[in-house]
Design a binder for this molecule. Structure first.
Ligand code: PMP
Length: 292
C-alpha cells in the first residue's frame, strides 16, 4: 500500500521509495529538528495555520531558520495532500538543522535545513478504545524536562523521554502515561494533553508545563462557547484520582476518554458526560478545516 505514498523532500514530491535524505542529517545524528502532527478529516486539513505557526515557533526556539514562508509551508503540505489524495490522513512535516558532514555539533554556517513532509492515510484510529470505551493511564517515573533545561513547548524531534514514559506505562498494563513535572505536578501525556472534570468544570495544567496542544486550545475554546467553566491550574495525582472525569486531547486522536488511572476507575469507570459532550463538539469542529 505504501508503495503509492508520496513524500515531500526539500521542495520535491516523490514516491516514498525515492524519498532520500542524507545519513549525515543532524535530525538523525542528534534528533536536531522540529516537527508537527496534522490531521486531515474528510478532505479538510484541520488547524493548518496553527500547526504551521507552532512549527515555525519551535524551529526559531532551536535556531533553525526555515527557508520557506509560512504560506509556502502551508502550500507544501497541501501539495503533498493533493499528490496523495487521502481524504483522512495524518501529516508529519519535519524540519532538521540539515546535513552535518563534520560530525560535530557545531551549527555555524549551517543554513540548509532539511524539510520533509510525510503523510499516511488514516484507516484505523490511533487509539483503539478498550472495551470500556476509553483508555487506561499510569503515572510514570520519567519526569517532564523542566523549561529551564528544554522548554516543553518546543515540539522537537527528540521524543525519547516521552517514548520511555510510554514504554513504562504500557509495561504496567496501561495504554498511555501521565508525566509529572519535577515538582510532582501534572504535565501531560506522551503525545497528548490531560484534562480533568470536577464538579462540572474542566481543569488542565498551565500551557508552560506541557506542549501547547492545539487540540487543548480547541477544547478550551469549545468549553467557553458551551459555558463550561475551564481552568488552567497546577494539579497533582490527587486531583486525577478524585476527578469525576478524565480525558486526553491530541491531534492524532482528538478527545479520548480515560476510564482508569493507576488501576483506579475514573468516576464510575465509564466515559463521563462532559467528556462525551467534548467528543461531539470536537467532531463538529473538525469539519471546519481547510480544503486542500
Ligand atoms: N503533548 C505532546 C507531548 C504531544 O506530542 C502532543 C501531540 N502533538 C500533544 C501534547 C497534543 O498536541 P496537539 O493537540 O497540538 O496535537
Amino acid at each position: 500500500m505504501e508503495e503509492n505514498w508520496k513524500v515531500y523532500v526539500n521542495g520535491e514530491i516523490v514516491p516514498l521509495k525515492e524519498a532520500k535524505i542524507s545519513v549525515f542529517d543532524r535530525g538523525l545524528q542528534y534528533g536536531e529538528g522540529v516537527f508537527e502532527g496534522i490531521r486531515c478529516y474528510d478532505g479538510k486539513i484541520f488547524k493548518l495555520e496553527e500547526h504551521v505557526a507552532r512549527l515555525f515557533d519551535s524551529a526559531r526556539a532551536i535556531h533553525i531558520q526555515i527557508p520557506l514562508s509560512k504560506e509556502e509551508m502551508k502550500k507544501a503540505i497541501k501539495d503533498t495532500a493533493r499528490a496523495n489524495g487521502f481524504k483522512n490522513a495524518h501529516f508529519r512535516p519535519m524540519v532538521t538543522r540539515g546535513v552535518g558532514l563534520k560530525l560535530g555539533f557545531d551549527s555555524k554556517g549551517m543554513n540548509k535545513p532539511t524539510i520533509v513532509i510525510i503523510e499516511r492515510p488514516i484507516i484505523e484510529e490511533l487509539y483503539s478504545l478498550q472495551s470500556g470505551g476509553g483508555i487506561r493511564l499510569a503515572a510514570v517515573s520519567v519526569r517532564k524536562i523542566p523549561a529551564c533545561c528544554f522548554d516543553p513547548r518546543i515540539k522537537s524531534l527528540n521524543y525519547l523521554a516521552n517514548i520511555l514514559a510510554r514504554i513504562e506505562a504500557q509495561a504496567s498494563g496501561a495504554d498511555e502515561a501521565i508525566m509529572l513535572d519535577i515538582q510532582g505536578y501534572l504535565s501531560e501525556g506522551t503525545s497528548d494533553n490531560v484534562f480533568l472534570v470536577r464538579k462540572g468544570a474542566l481543569y488542565t495544567p498551565p500551557a508552560q508545563s506541557a506542549l501547547e496542544g492545539i487540540t487543548r486550545q480547541t477544547v478550551l475554546s469549545l468549553a467557553k462557547r458551551g459555558s463550561i467553566p475551564a481552568h488552567e491550574a497546577l494539579l497533582s495525582m490527587y486531583d486525577v484520582y478524585s476527578a469525576d472525569e478524565v480525558f486526553v486531547t491530541g491531534t492524532g486522536a482528538g478527545v479520548i476518554p480515560v476510564i482508569e488511572v493507576d488501576k483506579r476507575p475514573v468516576g464510575n469507570g465509564k466515559p463521563g458526560q462532559i467528556t462525551q459532550q467534548m467528543i461531539e463538539l470536537y467532531a463538529e469542529e473538525v469539519k471546519k478545516g481547510e480544503p486542500f
